[in-house]
Ligand binder design. Structure first.
Ligand code: NAD
Length: 355
């Protein structure tokens, strides 16, 4: 199995480096061979090649079975030409690989329930949601778009547009994901106001005819944002468009209180999937052995599960992470009274021992 590794900027190098140690150990333990190749993306690519996504990186990714990404960006590149900002590398690779779906699990490890921002009685009902976000359409890519001057004053607009095929394929994935969980999908839209959302809802309902075993519900996005805080246990799988998904997946993640713990997967039809932690490059702690590597290690677990059908190996990583938390090891971002402080390397050592 060929994996293209894109460490990126800031803590990217550290967390990806540690995750690869876990991959090696899994390979040894299960007799799997993983071949890795590294490439540049984001700020480091701008420094080396003048662009955030060099052609060589795209070629290496396309030639792989899966891609593991750290994070991109940092203050060094905040003021450069917006056309070549590090984030353009991320949007670019998603587009190049045709990654139209973003799977964003937000679950709470019971050992970290103190970190959760919700009341204990609400958390006790459960927090295990996965947001299935459409990634290559909607308002982020819709044309026409405009940023300029009209009638002597600043004026701008974007277009939220969805084709039936885009809605149908993401709905299909949401129903498939739900089948492996508790079988409930909530489709989030703004069908009371937006025409595009009425099309979205109609197609989701139509696609649902192929999944009679799945319970489908619908919710307006403003209500969904509220319900996620009031009672997240009512959700299993949330499927939604690019903009609403961007916001709701971050909200769900933030509720858990542990940004350093959450992985994500971006998948396409047949191209390699891309796996990355949801957090950024954390320039404030970069190079200090303070970063929590668990979100990246759990992204690796998602890769084994979704790209390589290695459920047993993935489960093994998940359990090793859980045991590490059980043993009280904590990086600074998830530190609790009475726990043992470790750095990025120390946390990984413990996961390796538990593997
Ligand atoms: P961030 O996620 O990098 O950091 C937010 C806070 O969380 C910081 O205090 C950071 O120290 C902490 N944090 C994040 N990940 C951590 C980890 N693994 N372990 C311990 N602490 C962790 O978000 P930001 O500060 O808004 O952005 C910093 C840079 O990252 C910006 O340039 C931004 O554009 C970029 N960014 C990149 C991605 C990505 O690559 N997918 C996502 C978000 C932000």
């Amino acid at each position: 199995m060929k994996i293209c590794v894109l460490p990126g900027d800031g803590i990217g190098q550290e967390i990806v480096g540690q995750a690869l140690r876990v991959l090696d150990k899994v390979g040894d333990k299960f007799g799997n061979t993983f071949e890795t190749t590294e490439a540049l993306i984001g700020g480091c690519a701008i420094d080396a090649e003048g662009v955030p996504l060099p052609a060589d990186t795209v070629a290496k990714c396309k030639d792989s079975d899966a891609v593991l990404l750290g994070a991109v960006g940092g203050p060094k590149w905040d003021t450069i030409d917006p056309a070549i900002r590090p984030e353009k590398g991320l949007l670019g690779i998603r587009k190049e690989l045709g990654l139209f779906v973003n799977l964003r699990p937000a679950n709470l490890f019971k050992q970290l329930s103190d970190a959760c921002y919700l009341r204990p009685d609400i958390v006790a009902r459960g927090l295990d949601v996965i947001v299935v976000r459409e990634l290559t359409g909607g308002i982020y890519f819709g044309e026409p778009r405009f940023d300029g001057v009209k009638d002597g004053e600043r004026f701008g607009y974007n277009t939220m547009a969805y084709h039936e095929y885009e809605i149908r394929r993401i709905a299909k994935i949401a129903f498939e994901v739900a089948r492996k969980r508790t079988g409930r999908v909530c489709s989030v839209d703004k069908a009371n106001v937006l025409d595009v959302s009425r099309v979205w809802r109609e197609i989701v309902i139509d696609e649902h005819k192929n999944y009679p075993d799945i319970a489908l519900s619908h919710m307006y996005v403003d209500n969904a944002a509220m319900q996620l805080v009031r009672d997240p246990s009512q959700f299993d799988v949330i499927v939604t468009g690019n903009l609403f998904g961007d916001i709701l997946s971050d909200e769900a993640a933030a509720i858990t209180g542990s940004i350093g713990m959450l992985p994500s997967a971006s998948l396409g039809e047949s191209n390699p999937g891309l796996y990355e932690p949801i957090h950024g490059s954390a320039p404030d702690i970069a190079g200090q052995d303070k970063a929590n590597p668990l979100a990246t290690i759990l992204s690796l677990s998602m890769m084994l599960r979704h790209s390589f059908d290695m459920d047993e190996q993935a489960e093994c990583i998940d359990l090793a992470v859980e045991k590490t938390l059980e043993q009280g090891y904590r990086t600074g971002d998830i530190m609790q009274d009475g726990c043992k402080a470790v750095g990025c390397i120390g946390m990984t050592e413990s996961v390796l021992a538990n593997l």
